[in-house]
Design a protein around this ligand. Structure first.
Ligand code: NAP
Length: 281
């Protein structure tokens, strides 16, 4: 049997095992996907051990290890170096090879739900953590015209601009007036903060955002965050982070196995989960 894993902390609510179980089934591979809760401070020790497990295909990395894992890779894709975060590791010949599929998953989800040409568009991203970095890289590679980040720490904003000097980004404070002031000009709004996970509302209104714009919330549980509920009520097209989760997983699976499995049957499973999650709220 082959296996893959997820390293993170916490990992209790992850949907990744559901996706990969189905992917193994579709690909006809006898495989398992196991979430491993790694004690903080011990990522390096755990990864060293995993490196020599011969039936391990690879693993995903999630919060809070995506950034610290970068320096533990033997080889990394160009995108990992630029984004500064790794979410997929392939185990090859006793070496760990790092990739980032959050950015490619984001693009596939956005293309599917929005379908507009990203080239020349203006985007406002809320937050500046690992997911926001992947979104910046994705939008940058597709030729977005202007990328603005709303951040609660100006100090972190300056550091981020320095680290991501390959992208041209502006920062604004994570404040009602600043965000509402910027919204009128945007084609795309992306929430890359955890706001909404516990049903919290954003501290601003979408009144100034055009109905031709698109809102993407990377949060997928709850499926309809207060941000997306407002977009829906105002007739602004939107999507949550479920499709991004699916596509980043399918890209990881392809890196590990060389098999591209069909998204359709897994989407049906996730939609059933989404329906139940909405009904249980
Ligand atoms: P992260 O590295 O912890 O970054 C979170 C960012 O949000 C930081 O910039 C943080 O600011 C900011 N933030 C947190 N609480 C805030 C608040 N109350 N007001 C303003 N800003 C706030 O997390 P991440 O890995 O980027 O993930 C962000 C979100 O995306 C999470 O909800 C995660 O579940 C989701 N995500 C989804 C997918 C998917 O496939 N759908 C993939 C990756 C991530 P500070 O730096 O000031 O703390």
């Amino acid at each position: 049997m082959n296996w893959a894993a997820l390293l993170g902390n916490p990992i209790k609510h992850t949907l990744s095992p559901i996706i990969h179980r189905e992917a193994f089934k579709q690909a006809g591979i006898d495989g398992a996907y196991i979430p491993i809760q790694v004690k903080e401070g011990y990522l390096e020790e755990v990864m060293k051990g995993l490196c020599f497990m011969e039936n391990l295909l690879g693993f995903n990395i999630t919060i809070p290890f995506k950034e610290p894992a970068v320096r533990l890779m033997d080889i990394s894709g160009e995108e990992v170096k630029l984004i500064g975060a790794v979410n997929t590791v392939k185990r090859g010949e006793d070496k760990l090879v790092g990739f980032n599929t959050d950015y490619s998953g984001f693009l596939q989800a956005l293309d599917e739900a929005w379908g507009e040409n990203i080239e020349g568009c203006k985007a406002l991203i809320l937050g500046g953590g690992g997911a926001a970095r992947a979104v910046i890289y994705a939008l940058h590679t597709r030729g977005a015209k202007e990328i603005t980040l709303a951040l609660r720490s100006q100090f972190k904003g300056e550091k981020l601009k320095e680290e991501l000097s390959w992208a041209s980004i502006k920062t604004i404070p994570f404040k009602k007036e600043a965000i509402e002031g910027a919204l009128a000009e945007q084609d795309l709004l992306v929430n890359a903060t955890p706001i909404g996970l516990k049903g919290e509302a954003m501290p601003f209104s979408l009144e100034r955002l055009s109905k031709n714009a698109f809102v993407m919330d990377l949060v997928y549980n709850p499926p309809l965050t207060p941000l997306l509920k407002e977009a829906k009520e105002r007739g602004i097209p939107f999507c949550n982070g479920l499709a991004m989760l699916l596509y980043q997983a399918l890209d990881s699976f392809e890196i590990w196995t060389g098999c591209r499995v069909e998204a359709g049957p897994i989407k049906e499973i996730l939609h059933r989960w989404e329906k139940e999650a909405t009904e249980n709220r």
